[in-house]
Design a protein around this ligand. Sequence first.
Ligand SMILES: Nc1ncnc2c1ncn2[C@@H]1O[C@H](COP(=O)(O)OP(=O)(O)OP(=O)(O)O)[C@@H](O)[C@H]1O
Length: 305
Amino acid sequence: MTTPALVIDHAVKTYANGFTALNDVSFTVAAGEFFGLLGPNGAGKTTLISAMAGLSRLTSGQIAVNGHDVRRDAYAARMSLGVVPQELVFDPFFSVREALQFQSGYFGIKNNDAWIDEIITRLGLADKADTNTRELSGGMKRRVMVAQALVHRPPVIVLDEPTAGVDVELRQSLWQFIESLNRQGHTIILTTHYLEEAQSLCSRIAMMKHGRLVALDSTANLLKSDTGLRLALTLDNRLPESLHRCLLSSDGDQHTLKLADYGELAFVLQALKFDGINIKSMSLLETDLEDVFLRLTSDHAEGAA
Ligand SMILES: Nc1ncnc2c1ncn2[C@@H]1O[C@H](COP(=O)(O)OP(=O)(O)OP(=O)(O)O)[C@@H](O)[C@H]1O
């Protein structure tokens, strides 16, 4: 059997102030998967990634990357993992190439110039290779973060919100590159708040909420678990009481309702007509990952802590 890319085994993390950010989390990611780790702000994703990278220590439980325990076999585990962190952090004195050479040295890798050149080219950084990192735009800095995570050719790559604040063109080229790494056999673990990205890229997804795992399944099964339609309405008056049971969210005069089927649409239209409320705009959408995510992770969700 192939060694799993990642094994999280009953991970618990309680911070010094007594707050438990990971509450008995267990799951396994197989080698070669494109895996999504999703959850609202504060769910514990970054805490889990820090523990995977050996940057913070679990209170109890174990994590193994590519078969290497992150504590007992820290060096091998760290060599197996490339993390693209959420925050852009650089040494302001280095050019792009120097930053990558420095990172190579940190991992004890010599004669890495051919690979550094390749990642520079493939990430569209060739024009900027000798530019100081502090002079780069945010999007370019993000590419350098990805390059830094790849310098030691890790089999497992973790991307923590890699497209936050990144323009559409860079997002697309970044995903093409990441998908090509996945085709070459690299395991990709992605956290993102762009659920449409997770839906199109990830074959399996874990969802976390308040430090616990609330879903772990293939993307296809998660989508199947939430049939129905989403109706987005802008109204010229308040939503009738009779429709509150279908309400997913409201923002001013905009409301999103969950309908079981097209038949319920007639009921909604009748209720609005009955109360003399006019529709300013309306759109009907098939269920997507966002519905599943909201159902499982919003504070109104069943079992909310
Ligand atoms: N050093 C710390 N001490 C105490 N609590 C912390 C510490 N670091 C994080 N937390 C808390 O742990 C919880 C989980 O934080 P974490 O950053 O892991 O969430 P996240 O899922 O990555 O969120 P986001 O999507 O916003 O990045 C949060 O409530 C956070 O405030």
